[in-house]
Ligand binder design. Structure first.
Ligand code: UDP
Length: 371
């Protein structure tokens, strides 16, 4: 079986499944391995015991500005248009989040216009020309009071690190708005796969040139496979047996609770920066649009140990990663892609794009090699 494999792909998440499809459509025989018993990586969703469709590894709201990504993924799913909103509970009140004009007015008890709010917030902000950490990145934009209530403790909880110890990119993901836009993201395309993510992945991988082997840990069985090229989307440090030391990844424990009522909260996601040990409570039913008499909540408890979910953006971690990245370039016919393998805090659409670009590169090299 294995000797006829052109492309061996480790990981059946977004990176692996996208590359599998593209490689198969280019005529390559593909074998996809995953150590979990299912495809979909962290996008995996399923009906729980009560019949509620849940996201087992945290909420995934699909959004992108890229026509290329949107057109590609749209081949494998119908969509449910959905603009998701997040609220933050601070001092017993729900606020719009990301911070917008409503948040500012509610927080300060004002009725500022957009222009007035901008002028006021400016008076609250220290001058920090080049922020080098996540705290400075927020402080220079919104000032200390909002930072303390909305960012400081959430970040401490989520990362187990003070925002001063994290790169600015962590909080720069969150916009600041002086209008009343309540969308979490303003990307052009925002939607949920109508029949769920797992269904989307089954369509992506449904191709005569693709085989999938589940419950298979490649790193424990390296010599069992013969292939022309390897695409690896697992943790890069594990691939190299931690030669330069382990790369820190942040984990999360997801606690599910089913309640005998159609909805528990008015929004898909409520963040709790300052209360509780969990960061957020997600009722994904709002986003999936499922009509069901009961509902399931998911609370997220950040953890140091456990499945790796987030690379931790810090310069010392990046320095370790760069050693692995350098080493990776020396392994023939082996390519690293995705959040864990490139140690980058990427969104789903960025992973699709990175995978499409890698496929293009591989095929261009192939043409040169055989030309
Ligand atoms: N963040 C925060 N308060 C919030 C939401 C986010 O301080 O209510 C910070 C926190 O550091 C978090 C980062 O912004 O890790 C990025 O948030 P995002 O919602 O993009 O996180 P993800 O959904 O990727 O976990």
């Amino acid at each position: 079986m294995a000797s006829s494999i052109h492309t061996l792909i480790v990981g059946a998440g977004i990176a692996g499944a996208t590359l599998a499809r593209l490689q198969a459509e280019a005529g390559r025989s593909v074998l996809v391995l995953d150590r979990r018993p299912q495809v979909g990586g962290n996008c995996y969703d399923e009906q729980d015991a009560a019949g509620v469709l849940v996201h087992r590894y945290g909420p995934h709201y699909f959004s992108t500005n890229s026509d290329r990504v949107w057109n590609f993924i749209s081949r494998f799913t119908a969509w449910r248009k959905y603009l998701y909103q997040v609220k933050a509970l601070v001092d017993g009140q729900l606020f719009d989040f990301p911070i917008n004009l409503n948040t500012i007015n509610q927080f300060y008890g004002k009725q500022f216009t957009s222009v007035e709010a901008q002028a006021f917030i400016k008076t609250q902000c220290p001058t920090i020309p080049n922020p080098t950490n996540a705290e400075d990145q927020v402080l220079r934009q919104i000032g200390r009071a909002l930072y303390d209530k909305f960012f400081l403790n959430y970040t401490l909880k989520h990362w187990g690190l003070h925002p001063r110890l994290l790169d600015p990119e962590v909080t720069a993901r969150i916009p600041l708005r002086f209008d009343q836009d309540q969308r979490y993201s303003t990307r052009r395309y925002q939607a949920m796969p109508k029949a769920g993510y797992t269904n989307l992945f089954h369509h992506l991988l449904d191709h005569p040139k693709i085989q999938v082997e589940l419950n298979c840990d490649f790193l424990q069985n390296r010599t069992a496979f013969h292939y022309h090229q390897l695409i690896y989307s697992g943790c890069v440090d594990a691939f190299f047996a931690y030669r330069f030391g382990p790369l820190p990844y942040r984990s999360v424990r997801f606690a599910f609770e089913t309640l005998p009522l159609p909805y528990f909260q008015d929004f898909p996601q409520i963040n709790y920066p300052n209360d509780f040990d969990y960061t957020r409570c997600v009722e994904i039913k709002h986003a999936t649009g499922q009509s069901h008499p009961v509902t399931t909540l998911m609370r997220e408890y950040p953890m140091a140990e456990g499945e790796p979910f987030y690379p931790i953006p810090r310069s010392d971690n990046q320095a370790i990663y760069l050693q692995y990245q350098q080493l990776a370039t020396t392994v023939p016919n082996t390519f690293f892609v995705g959040r864990l393998a490139t140690y980058r805090y990427l969104n789903m659409d960025q992973v699709v794009l990175a995978s499409m670009n890698l496929h293009d590169r591989l095929e261009a090299n192939q043409t040169v090699a055989s030309g």
